[in-house]
Design a protein around this ligand. Sequence first.
Ligand SMILES: N[C@@H](CCC(=O)N[C@@H](CS)C(=O)NCC(=O)O)C(=O)O
Length: 265
Amino acid sequence: MSTQSNVERTLYGFWLSPYMSQVAHILSESGLPYRYERVSPFQGSTLTPEHLERNPLGKIPSLRDVNGVDIAESHAICRYLAKIYPEVQKFYPIDDPLFCAQVDAKNDFITFSIAGPFFNWFVVSGYFPKAWKLKVDKEAHIYNLFSVLLSKLWLSRLVNGSRMDPFLLGKEPFLPDFQLFYTLELSQMFSELFEIPEMHLFRDDPALQTFYDAMCERPSTREILAAKASELDVTKKELYGGFGAAYLDKHIDRKILDGLFGREV
Ligand SMILES: N[C@@H](CCC(=O)N[C@@H](CS)C(=O)NCC(=O)O)C(=O)O
């Protein structure tokens, strides 16, 4: 595939997204320059015709590469980058099928058992109740506790089954390390933002804390966390302000929620 054209590589999304941060991280550590364009789900911008053209699934991140192609889904983007740009292969070793299978195994485990459930966890226990001011404290708390139970179970299995030296597969980080890091990072931030202490996933685990600290020492991590911090006020305003009207009211049937809880929420 040709990578020649005049298109500027552009990453669409917002910094709160751990998925976008992973792609930004791989680009940054690989020395591939990109332009950032903010597309905020909180403003309904993921479901505009313009964004759906980039990603018909209506999610961020999406990447427009210099050859003009649009790619969506964070890990599909990272794997695409490794196939096109040799400098990305140190994070996703496509030329070493056996090692690449180990990288995939960790990555798939995190996607299915940790990051995916974490997404549901903060949506049900944090995002929707806050943005929509739902009166579901008791139910959100039960979901929260159940999520802690499962997440800790899978996280300890990941830690015990990995080298943690300090990264999952040893001294150097790979794709699953970035996925794990930005999930942990979000867990720390959301536990504060939503005042849900149990949501903090690594405070009590020395191996995960060491992993987290080692990742924080990398210049690309610092760059991304600084970008995220610089956008935080805007993100918070959108979450508590526009999100309900711009996204939830339009795309989620509130009556189903009332039915689910058996009362008006
Ligand atoms: N599996 C996707 C997850 C992306 C995702 O869920 N992004 C969220 C923001 S963090 C989003 O686009 N939400 C808007 C929506 O679902 O409408 C990936 O890895 O890229």
